[in-house]
Design a protein around this ligand. Sequence first.
Ligand code: ACO
Length: 346
Amino acid sequence: MTIANNTNISNNDMSKNDVINEVRSLLPQIGLHVLGTGHYVPGSPVPNSKLAEIVDTSDEWIVSRTGIRERFFCNGENNLDIACEAARQALQRAGISPQQIGVCLVATFTPDHMSPSIACQLQHELAMPNDTIVFDINAACAGFLYALQTAHKLLLAAPRRYALVLGSEVISRALDFTDRSTCVLFGDGAAAVVVELSVEHQYHSICGTRGDTQKLLYCSGPADEPAGDKPHTVHMNGPEVFRFAVSIIPQSINEVLDKAGLTLDDIDYVVCHQANNRIIAHVVKNMKARPEQFFINLQRYGNTSSASIPIALDEMERQGLLQPGSKIVCVGFGAGFTWGACLLEW
Ligand code: ACO
């Protein structure tokens, strides 16, 4: 590699821009290896029938419109508690100690505090070294894919070679349990992966955003209070979100496949953000894909936002669906509107 031979870059012919461009051109050759996964959901499953006792809904409506049968809600546990459980599992399964972590990122839009971040609190709880790069990422349901992509870049310059990346949400805190159009859709949960850079494991990723100026999908905050909106409450225009999802998911899958030089036939599994069965069925039909290629577990968890994709990866790993060399496309979309996709080689 030319750069390695140029020990004093400022004194040779290579301009600074050439150096930067060469480093950037090498990035696609550097993949990501998932060493361990873990997930945690709090308490016991809450079936649709339980929600039907609170709002005017039914198991039949929820199952037929979404596929969701049950979800988990925190009862006294904080985001940090469930994140810690998921992180400990992932570290144990990876055989990596917290002291070996150089980057710790938590995707969440439901942190326990405005500050410090869940990632900062995790650093303390798990006794990761003080120079670990830690922060939370809020890209809503696409958050885990944003976090993984960020970790991939940060690992190039991190103090140690391993990253701990989580999606962790306590969405029940942000639900209006008088609004049947939203409260039946979501669940709480956390999941984590431990990753390292690898030239033997492909990793290609994309992400994007389109400003949601009409507030089609949002969680209110302090700025919404003067208008009479309760802070930290999820609001959604379901049909608009549906339209956005079914157009951005195939687009993102195709973009990441193009980057990898692969086609859908080369992929063992597609893991969509687990929001709604009907969205996934629509995508399968439009892409003329094999339904069994698309992993679905939303019936047991509901929509856990940034945790949904890593929960699915952990379940797939435990079920033996992911073998060395398996190729997986993960794709997510969320409030913002945000989206992201990646190709992982197991
Ligand atoms: N139980 C019973 N009836 C309900 C419920 C409920 N839980 N929720 C809404 N309804 C009613 C509505 O009030 C409406 O009644 P009306 O016709 O008398 O006014 C009727 O059902 C139809 O409402 P729609 O919103 O048109 O229902 P739709 O068929 O579009 O399904 C859904 C709603 C499932 C939310 C759909 O729009 C959807 O899948 N949207 C995608 C959004 C999504 O999955 N979001 C997840 C969160 S966002 C994310 O993860 C990024």
